[in-house]
Design a protein around this ligand. Structure first.
Ligand code: ADP
Length: 248
């Protein structure tokens, strides 16, 4: 088993765009239940890496496995989503005219492939799960609120809740606390620590204070490969990392 029990395993991945090497020998793995932060300067390849994992971009070369048996390079984007990899982009995309409850219900319906919602009812296990998720995303008191009236942070949480309704094993999150107030950022850290263990998370973030509160291990990407890996203190003390952030 090449993946050594990892939930996500990338080995020597390469991607070029018109001869420019956006990903250049990237190797990285994530353990089940791990919460991993990815940092790196603009253009490091963070978005392209997530595009590869989710099947949006095909690498020219390399290995990308989900668990020990699933070769992600053999699957397309919708298949990868249904295998249990959820992705959240930076901007929240909740349905503003629907309530919090309706957004969560819709996410489940979409996941289950329910075409007509007329006769759709949550079963008791699904209702319990929805209630648990509402609590986790700090929206238990806002079930019937129209989503358009939520704060920016609450919309971000709702979107994470929508992903959770689809029971993902791995969540990829792009700058989840961008634009949040300090209080929302702190509550997002709490939310991520609740998810850790039950799900594996890969979080691209620039907010070092946030990373410090949530993270055990940080990966620094630069020029399409891993420059350093370790605790935030370790990578921040690394000469090569300092040079990349300050020297260019
Ligand atoms: P990051 O998310 O870390 O800022 P990206 O993955 O967006 O980095 O980009 C890595 C590099 O690849 C950048 O130099 C970017 O300009 C280039 N790049 C990304 N996508 C494309 C594309 N579709 N065509 C050409 N160049 C691209």
């Amino acid at each position: 088993d090449v993946t050594h029990g990892r939930i996500l395993y990338l080995e020597d991945v390469h991607v070029s765009f018109d001869g420019f090497k956006a990903i250049n020998g990237l190797s990285l793995d994530i353990a089940p239940g791990e919460l991993r932060c990815i940092i790196g300067p603009n253009g490091a390849g963070k978005t392209t890496m997530m595009d590869i994992i989710t099947g949006k971009t095909r690498p020219d070369k390399g290995t990308v496995f989900f668990g020990s048996t699933i070769d992600l390079l053999r699957h397309n984007e919708p298949e990868i989503a249904s295998l249990g990899i959820g992705r959240k982009f930076q901007k929240p995309t909740v349905f503003e005219q629907l309530s919090v409850f309706e957004n969560l219900e819709l996410a489940l319906k979409t996941h289950k492939g329910v075409k007509s919602s007329m006769f759709f009812r949550l079963d008791s296990a699904q209702s319990d799960r929805l209630a648990e998720i509402l609590h986790t995303i700090h929206l238990a008191d806002s079930v019937t609120r129209q989503s358009g009236n939520l704060s920016h942070g609450q919309k971000q949480w709702l979107e994470i809740g929508m992903l959770l309704m689809q029971d993902p094993k791995l969540l990829l999150l792009d700058e989840p606390v961008a634009g949040m107030t300090d209080e929302e950022t702190a509550r997002t850290a709490e939310l991520f620590l609740t998810l850790k263990g039950k799900h594996s998370l890969m979080v691209v973030e620039h907010d070092m204070g946030f990373i410090r509160t949530i993270s055990e291990k940080v990966t620094v990407l630069c020029d399409g490969s891993v420059l350093a890996e370790g605790t935030l203190d370790q990578v921040q003390a690394d000469e090569r990392v300092i040079e990349v952030y300050l020297g260019r």
